[in-house]
Design a protein around this ligand. Structure first.
Ligand code: GN1
Ligand code: MG
Length: 370
């Protein structure tokens, strides 16, 4: 029995997947695209991963897909040179393109679903934090010799603080949904943090931080695991472009080393888990030891605070703006997410000494438990 709309089936058939379509199962974990697992073949034993690309977030989908094809091809070459590990792979439609456009102008793509794979529902153990760190570190290492020409910026100035602040200020001024009145204490708190953020930004601009290809969306659920809970590969490659290691490290700490979920409403459950942080950092720094510069190392110390504030500000902005960017489960979801991020930011601030000591002692090779 097929569950799924006519639209999905018509899009899928343009890719000519092998076997008859048996089942289309929505996957609800991402905040941006619409994703589905597709089972085909007599017993539904062939699997695909279908995505409707969010074209409001990614405004030049042909550029995005050109990047993705080049990144996947690079990772495939690395994979055959190293150990045998699957990487995501795209299905090319019979007319030779890796995406199709439907009659409403929406873009779709189809991947092979990596068999027996899953993402964690959260990071619970130091071992998990370690291998997530290692996976993102290895990813950076593999992309370090990515050949010219440069990748397109799929979202311009994606992690730029000035950019995010300008958007916030404009949205707040407009207050189109009349929500600002209820969140005055957050608005006032944000103002108190801005000088610190501005100081970090001017440091970022004035020191010579190498710009390199980074993942830019290093959430723990962008690492795929096998049935033995071993990592398979890094997924969600849409924001892979020029960036800073601090963006990747900071966003991964924000998501993988939090005692609570990203949208935890009970703030007392949210905070930095130092044990997970130690293991994550140990896993992360290993594979990038040969490429990380001293200057980059210094930026890691405030990276988690910077990214947590920026993502919190993005959730908060989207709340004020009527929830148009992130998928939400209910009204107020973005506000809950932003409050959890701001709370985590405070926890990171209160642990800044331990964060610095952990990073430096792992870097200097002193033993820190996994
Ligand atoms: C989005 O696609 P997803 O859910 O992995 C967002 C990230 C945010 C994240 C917050 C393109 O990531 O920047 O950190 O939500 N991706 C984009 O959970 O905006
Ligand atoms: Mg994503």
């Amino acid at each position: 029995m097929i569950s799924g709309s006519k639209k999905l089936i018509s899009v899928l058939s343009q890719f000519r997947p092998e076997g008859e379509i048996q089942k289309i199962i929505p996957i609800l974990s991402g905040h941006i695209h619409r994703s589905y697992q597709v089972l085909t073949g007599e017993s539904g034993n062939r699997q695909y991963f279908l995505q409707q690309i969010n074209r409001h977030v990614f405004q030049n989908v042909p550029h995005l897909m050109e990047n993705l094809e080049r990144i996947i091809s690079h990772l495939h070459k690395k994979q055959s040179a190293e150990r045998e590990r699957p990487v995501p792979s795209l299905i090319v439609s019979p007319d030779g393109t890796s995406f199709v456009v439907d009659d409403e102008g929406d873009f779709w793509r189809l991947f092979h679903f990596i068999p027996n794979s899953h993402v964690l529902d959260r990071v619970r153990t130091p071992e998990e934090a370690y291998v997530i760190g290692q996976s993102f570190g290895e990813f950076l290492n593999r992309m370090a010799d990515f050949p010219a020409p440069p990748l397109h910026d799929t979202i311009p100035d994606f992690h730029g603080f000035g950019n995010r602040l300008d958007t916030y200020r404009n949205v707040l001024k407009r207050d189109a949904f009349k929500r600002a009145g209820q969140v005055q204490s957050e608005i006032e708190w944000i103002e108190t943090i801005l000088p610190l953020m501005a100081a970090w930004e001017s440091l970022f601009e004035n020191i010579n931080i190498p710009s390199r290809i980074t993942h830019n969306d290093t959430k723990w659920n962008n690492v795929l695991f096998d049935d033995n809970n071993m990592p398979i590969c890094v997924i969600d490659l849409d924001t892979v472009m020029q960036g800073r290691i601090a963006y990747d490290f900071g966003d991964a700490v924000r998501t993988s080393c939090n005692t609570g979920q990203e949208d935890e409403p009970q703030l007392e459950k949210v905070g930095l888990d130092l044990t997970l942080f130690q293991s994550f950092t140990k896993g992360y720094l290993g594979p990038i030891r040969s490429i990380l510069t001293e200057v980059e190392l210094d930026t890691l110390i405030f990276a988690a605070q910077r990214m947590t504030f920026i993502i919190g500000l993005r959730f908060f902005t989207d709340y004020l703006d009527g929830d148009t960017y992130y998928h939400v489960k209910h009204e107020g979801h973005n506000l809950i997410r932003s409050r959890a991020q701001f709370h985590l930011f405070k926890s990171l601030q209160s642990h800044s000494q331990e964060i610095e000591e952990t990073i430096l002692s792992i870097w200097e090779g002193q033993d820190v438990p996994v």
